[in-house]
Design a protein around this ligand. Structure first.
Ligand code: BDR
Ligand code: CA
Length: 325
């Protein structure tokens, strides 16, 4: 079944792989892309997105620029994506133009004009989405669900407990998760698992397809960003990152998914952590809630991906990218 998809990105090494996947996969009808500051500046994000669409031979998919910075936090580009956000890999300048509307207005118009509900796949800090839901709640019935890359039920990457996208704009993630829109969290528990081995990355890098060569270079960039910069003896090249969230969209059966209450920690050392309540039984905080420091509101229950058939997603990713020019 074809899914109508609006992508929200901060392109971004792995966002670039995700955009290529979304363009290539026959079950994804990519109707628009909104950009937000995150991995790199908004200007870089927009520029990278247009260039990647060109390389993938995409039809004229509308692209709109959104929030320049998080709701409260300052801009903090991720160091792992290089100076241009694409691992310093140069791509030809694009001739595509950017939609004149702010991403929030663009998304509102797109959703309200759609003849069927749209799935939003968010691969970035959720600033645009939070603004959309707060400014234009009338779009909510038009959203099939929000599938977001972000958060973790285990450890973090930006901090010991917080994943980058949520840490970058915790208030925005809290608004989105608590919005009542059906929400699916593709977090670090699965994000880090789907890797491509060195031989496959090199085959892409030296192959005939321009998109394949970009993917190979992006995977190679990730390997170079490993702690010691040395090739891993296990043959590990890099992970598909955000592209895994697109795999989750078209092949959810490869995931172990559970429904749990999730909230975003907004204060203190754990700021930006997604607190996933995996308890099977009511806890003491609930039993003895009166007069305790328990949260005043019950966290929203959402779908959380906790494990993945990593081989299956690696194969799906490679087979999909292989169809691009
Ligand atoms: C997320 O942050 C960025 O580095 C990636 O693009 C991904 O969306 C992982 O924490
Ligand atoms: Ca991203």
């Amino acid at each position: 079944m074809t899914l109508r998809v609006l992508l929200d990105v901060d392109t971004g090494v792995d966002d670039a792989m995700a955009i290529q996947f979304a363009v290539a996969h026959p079950d994804v009808d990519l109707i628009g892309i909104t950009c937000v500051a995150g991995n790199t500046s908004l200007g870089n994000v927009v520029d990278n997105t247009l260039r990647v669409l060109d390389l993938a031979g995409a039809p004229p998919i509308p692209v709109a620029a959104g929030a320049l910075r998080p709701l409260i936090e300052p801009v903090r580009a991720s160091h792992v994506h290089g100076g241009n956000g694409l691992g310093d890999i140069p791509l030809p300048e694009s001739t595509r133009t950017v939609d004149e509307r702010h991403a929030v207005d663009f998304a509102r118009d797109l959703l309200l004009a759609s003849s069927e509900p749209v799935t939003i796949v968010a691969l970035a800090p959720q600033t645009n989405l939070a603004l959309l839901l707060r400014l234009h709640p009338e779009v909510i019935p038009q959203i099939e669900r929000i599938l977001f890359m972000g958060g973790s039920a285990s450890g973090g990457n930006a901090t010991a407990v917080a994943e980058f996208n949520v840490w970058h704009d915790p208030e925005a993630a809290s608004i989105v998760i608590g919005s009542g829109v059906p929400t699916f969290m593709y977090g670090l528990d699965v994000f880090n698992q789907v890797t491509i081995d060195e031989a496959d990355a090199d085959a892409l890098l030296t192959g005939p397809s321009a998109s394949g060569r970009l993917t190979g270079a992006l995977l190679r960039h990730q390997m170079a960003d490993d702690a010691d910069g040395e090739p891993d003896p296990s043959g590990y090249a890099g992970h598909i990152g955000d592209a895994g969230a697109l795999c989750a969209l078209v092949d959810p059966d490869a995931l172990h998914i559970e429904r749990h209450p999730v909230r975003v920690a907004l204060a203190g050392e754990s700021r930006g952590q997604t607190i996933v309540d995996r308890r099977q039984r009511v806890g003491e905080d609930t039993v003895h809630a009166a007069g305790s420091a328990a949260p005043a509101t019950r966290p929203t229950v959402i779908d959380v991906a906790l494990d993945v058939d990593r081989e299956r997603y690696a194969r799906l990713f490679l087979a999909t990218i292989a169809t691009l020019p």
